[in-house]
Structure formats: structure tokens, C-alpha cells
Ligand binder design. Structure first.
Ligand SMILES: Nc1nc2c(ncn2[C@@H]2O[C@H](COP(=O)(O)OP(=O)(O)O)[C@@H](O)[C@H]2O)c(=O)[nH]1
Ligand SMILES: [Mg+2]
Length: 192
């Protein structure tokens, strides 16, 4: 057995054992965080999800990654819970209800405080989901980037904005594939 094949076996084993990540799912209430988590887990839309009180800790398995999502409720009175989860997170997903234009300024403020200006999350990849694309009038990624000022506020960071619908599933796999690719690259960098 050559050195290289020993080495690549060791590398594959190590990569496999480290395919674990804690991902925070943030966003305003009703953006679709719980629906999205359930969609990824079951491969379909789940009806009748009740609003999350406090927090929902879930595990998603995606392409061999065990992802622990901490879906923190968006309601104002629970926002203090978000602070507990920042350390140790490998990535963050920020879900936006793209069809709710009225609450976009609120989503932007929350994103500023909890993602853009949050030192705990400044090095982790950020996946921003323009959810509810199945609804008429939903704002799409390029416009959302402008409206949220992401092209300027996030220019030092690894981020992507994907259009999706947790109801139809459109865009969900593409978005999660981007995310796990980022996680893989981060792991490889840490091992180097
Ligand atoms: N039309 C549509 N409705 C959605 C979508 N995602 C979530 N919803 C609905 O939006 C409401 C709030 O979703 P929920 O997952 O509880 O939001 P959370 O508070 O962010 O966890 C529920 O009635 C969902 O069925 C979507 O992509 N399209
Ligand atoms: Mg929820």
C-alpha cells in the first residue's frame, strides 16, 4: 500500500467523520424557517406547522452531512435566544419571506444586527434564502441583494442568495448544495 493511498484513505475517513455542522437558521417569524427544515428532512411540504415557540433543534441529513439546525423563533421576545447559539456555528441561513415587502425593512434590520454586524458569525458562510417564490410578487435574488444592500454590506464575506420555495421545493437543493460545498471547503482549509 503506497503512502498516497494510505493518505487518501485517511483523508476520506477524516472528512467523513467531520461531516457534521451546526447551522443556524435565522429570520423573521413566518419567513418559512421551520417549513424549510422539514422540507429538507422529508423531501416534501408539511402542512399545519405551528409557530415555533422558543426554538426547534433539528437534524438534517444532506449529502452525508449531519447538519444540526437551530431554528430560532423569530418573535421579538425570543431573540435573546439567538445569542446562545452563535459560537460553534459553521454556517448561517437567513430566510426571508420575499413576498412580504412590508416587512423587508424589519428583515434588513434584524439581518444587520444578527448577521452582518455579528462578530461571532463574520467568518462563516451565509446562505440567504429568498423564500416563497411561489407567491405572486415575490422579489427575486438580484433585486433583494440591492434592497438589502448585500452587495456592499456582505462584500467581505462568503455569501449567496438563492430564490426558493419551501412549499414547492424549487431552489432548495441548489441552495443546500452551495452550503455543503462551502462547509467542505472550510473543513479542508482547517485540516491543511
Ligand atoms: N406560499 C408559501 N408559503 C410558505 C413557504 N414557506 C413557508 N410558508 C408558509 O408560511 C407560514 C410560516 O412558515 P413557518 O415555517 O412556520 O415560518 P417560521 O416562523 O419562519 O418557522 C406557514 O403557513 C407556511 O406554510 C413558501 O415557500 N411558500
Ligand atoms: Mg418556525
Amino acid at each position: 500500500m503506497s503512502f498516497m493511498s494510505n493518505f487518501s484513505r485517511w483523508l476520506m475517513k477524516k472528512l467523513k467523520s467531520e461531516k457534521r455542522a451546526k447551522i443556524l437558521i435565522l429570520g423573521l417569524d413566518s419567513a418559512g424557517k421551520t417549513t424549510l427544515t422539514k422540507f429538507v428532512n422529508t423531501g416534501g411540504f408539511i402542512e399545519g406547522i405551528t409557530p415555533t415557540i422558543g426554538q426547534n433543534i433539528d437534524t438534517i441529513n444532506f449529502e452525508g452531512w449531519d447538519i444540526t439546525t437551530v431554528d430560532v423563533a423569530g418573535q421579538e421576545q425570543f431573540r435573546f435566544l439567538w445569542d446562545i447559539h452563535y459560537p460553534g456555528s459553521s454556517a448561517v441561513i437567513f430566510v426571508i419571506d420575499s413576498a412580504d415587502i412590508e416587512r423587508l425593512p424589519e428583515a434588513r434590520d434584524i439581518m444587520r444586527v444578527h448577521l452582518i454586524n455579528n462578530p461571532h458569525l463574520e467568518k462563516v458562510p451565509a446562505l440567504i434564502l429568498a423564500n416563497k417564490q411561489d407567491l405572486p410578487g415575490a422579489i427575486q435574488a438580484p433585486m433583494l441583494i440591492q434592497l438589502l444592500n448585500l452587495h456592499l454590506d456582505m462584500k467581505e464575506r462568503t455569501f449567496a442568495v438563492f430564490d426558493c420555495s419551501a412549499l414547492t421545493g424549487i431552489g432548495v437543493v441548489q441552495a443546500f448544495t452551495w452550503l455543503v460545498n462551502q462547509l467542505s471547503m472550510d473543513k479542508l482549509e482547517q485540516m491543511a
